[in-house]
Design a protein around this ligand. Sequence first.
Ligand SMILES: *Cc1c(COP(=O)(O)O)cnc(C)c1O
Length: 397
Amino acid sequence: MKNSTIAIDTKFPRTDAYGAIGMPVYHTASYEFETAKDMADAFCGRVLAPEYSRMMNPTVMHLEDTVKALTEAKNVFAFGSGMSAITNALLVFVAQGKNVVTSKHLFGNTVALLNNTFARFGVETRAVDLLDLNAVREAIDENTACLFLEIVTNPQMEVADISALAEIVHEKGVPLMADTTIIPFTQFSAKRLGVDVEVVSSTKYISGGATSLGGLVIDYGTFPVVNMRLRFELIPNVGGYMSPHAAYMQSLGLETLDARYRVQAQNALTLAKRLKEFSTANPQLLTVNYIGLEDNPFHDLAVRQFGKTAGAMLTIDLADRKACFSFINHLQLIRRATNLFDNKTLAIHPYSTIFGPFSGRQKQEMDVRDTTIRLSVGLEDVDDIFEDIVQAILDNK
Ligand SMILES: *Cc1c(COP(=O)(O)O)cnc(C)c1O
């Protein structure tokens, strides 16, 4: 079956007593057992049956099963947020004295997690230029816990050569963990590109219009420690498992993901092309950065890895911060908000917001510019989105 069908027709963990078409929401903390032995088997992991909703919940399991079918993963674990998924996945591999090799281009909270939180526990972060494969090779040593990367970085829009990086780390027995939030896993196979553990903020494309927070760890089974530690150590001990209500909304979102994504990616491509055209006669718009544009330096690599579509995130650059703030203030349709892949188009100035807590020097090192606006393109009519952007640029004073 094709992904759009799998997303809708994956079977429930058990047949529903009433034949409900939608997966029931199991708002319960705990589950009763027939016998003492059944109870002991569930608690000791000899049988996978829910005993307490911090570890397992049928509504969450249904979301996990659907994602498992879509990605051909060995195991999928759902968490309360993307950051919770990332934290738990990294906790599988890190320990005092270990290091994480990663990019200098990373989501703001992931940078802070590594550099502030994990650093306090003696875990070192080695931020390198992932376009320099030799630098990556040299950064890895016998204490490297994993290579962590984002498939398309934001706001720099750098695309990682996943297969090339996978080859380097696998030669050394090191796992590759990839944050694939920016392109939905229904569009490409991270597994085939050599990713061992995929992490996703399901708050974004999957939630179906920013309905809820969520995160997924998609385990391809190449490092059995992932299943063991997440299922039997980290999920019980750290307690970041997804709530049944969030899983219900995210399962609904997953059902419409394919239809929504096709429109959003097409809107983003149309918008990028029209803005590029507009910029030739309007020098206030300095650059349009979208990996779906044929003249983008990462376009060929993106097509090779992710297929025809290039996601719904793009950036534009204006003259300076003043022009960016004025642009944001003049928007009439587009929302001044963070988040990605809402049904609504969103605009943000990352330098002063998401990366606001970082110093000017840190931002320079991360290539986060004061002139960049990030756009997440929604489901509105693309003519209306384009017109709003144009009026906000031209109204700039
Ligand atoms: C949003 C995002 C996260 C964090 O996810 P939350 O669900 O907000 O916790 C991590 N990585 C990327 C690339 C993101 O866009």
